[in-house]
Design a protein around this ligand. Structure first.
Ligand SMILES: Nc1nc2c(ncn2[C@@H]2O[C@H](COP(=O)(O)OP(=O)(O)OP(=O)(O)O)[C@@H](O)[C@H]2O)c(=O)[nH]1
Ligand SMILES: [Mg+2]
Length: 306
């Protein structure tokens, strides 16, 4: 299944709610007037685009609709798609150019860090790469156990220490093992349970120092995992983590579990950090590179299709 079909089935809940609402607006289309713009803005807010992004999109639709003399629902749909496309960041693939390339995965507990790491590892192993997982979530023993299960499933190597160990020490050992075994990619799992920002920043700074010292020439991705079902709360978390770490991308999980897929637009348009991967299920192949155009096509399907 390609991205388009997969995102379409992953967005089923969203399409039932959000898309239906947009379609209702389009179905009663007469002209791009204030009433229609109000309805459109409300639909965008209800689908989790966020008030700021929705207001900006509304203004942009209004301006461009006048300019382009939009006169049909189909034209309005195209215009809305263009507006949202332009507001979202361009698709960016992960930078895996280093040897080994480093992927640091962070985020609050339960968002899907370990699961996403397992899926990523499986993908890279199937592409013939050797992958090292670092179990730097030492907060509880079960975390490393869970990562180990994924390592086995994916065919990846893993370095783990005991519960309560120093996460930076795990990273150090994983780097040494990755170098010795000629691994192509190191993926680091971190704890989501750091109760305050100072703790989080301390831990990330420590890991950062080890990575910079031991792998000065490696490419590095710092990916924040966000749970799409938490809506605007996810945007909040993103803002906080963005202050604590140099984020290079977002993994947005559980898109299959939300009826408000507009959260993707809110994050991409509002945060300035690209959504690089999306999770649409719990299976091994349910993590995909994000594609802005296919996503919007699924969110706002052509009017004659249904
Ligand atoms: N439906 C669905 N479930 C997902 C997705 N990604 C992760 N999950 C589920 O979310 C739950 C939490 O995932 P974990 O990977 O353990 O989350 P975590 O961030 O590592 O959690 P902590 O280690 O406790 O911080 C699990 O039950 C996963 O199966 C997704 O894209 N879709
Ligand atoms: Mg975990």
């Amino acid at each position: 299944m390609g991205f388009f079909d997969k995102i379409k089935s992953g967005l089923k809940k969203t399409t039932q709610a959000v898309t239906q609402q947009f379609e209702d607006i389009m179905a009663s289309f007469v002209a791009v007037d204030d009433d229609l713009l109000d309805e459109l803005e409300e639909a965008m807010i209800l689908s989790d685009l966020g008030a700021g992004v929705a207001a900006k999109a509304r203004e942009e639709v209004k301006t461009r609709a006048q300019h382009q003399k939009v006169g049909t629902a189909a034209e309005l749909r195209c215009l809305l798609k263009d507006v949202l496309t332009d507001m979202m960041l361009e698709d960016t693939a992960l930078d895996l150019s280093g040897s080994p390339a480093v992927i640091l995965v962070i985020g609050v507990n339960g968002v899907g860090k370990t699961t996403s790491i397992g899926k990523l590892a499986a993908r890279y192993v199937s592409e013939g790469k050797r992958v090292m997982l670092a179990a730097a979530d030492t907060f509880r023993a079960a975390a490393a156990d869970q990562l180990e299960v994924w390592a086995g499933r994916a065919g990846a190597d893993i370095v783990r220490h005991g519960e309560g160990a120093d996460p930076a020490a795990v990273v150090f050992d994983a780097i040494a093992a990755a170098k010795a075994r000629g691994c192509d990619i190191i993926i680091i799992d971190t704890a989501g349970r750091l109760h305050n920002k100072a703790n989080l920043m301390n831990e990330l700074a420590k890991i950062d120092r080890i990575l910079t010292r031991e792998l000065p020439d490696s490419s590095r991705e710092t990916l924040l995992v966000l749970d799409a079902t938490t809506g605007q709360n996810a945007v909040h978390q993103a803002e906080e983590f963005n202050k604590a770490a140099k984020l290079t991308g977002i993994i947005l999980t559980k898109l299959d579990g939300t009826a408000k897929g507009g959260i993707v637009v809110a994050i991409s348009a509002g945060l300035g950090v690209p959504v690089k991967l999306v999770g649409v299920g719990e299976g091994l192949d349910d993590l995909m590179d994000f594609n802005r155009s296919d996503f919007l096509e699924a969110l706002l399907p052509p009017l004659d299709e249904n």
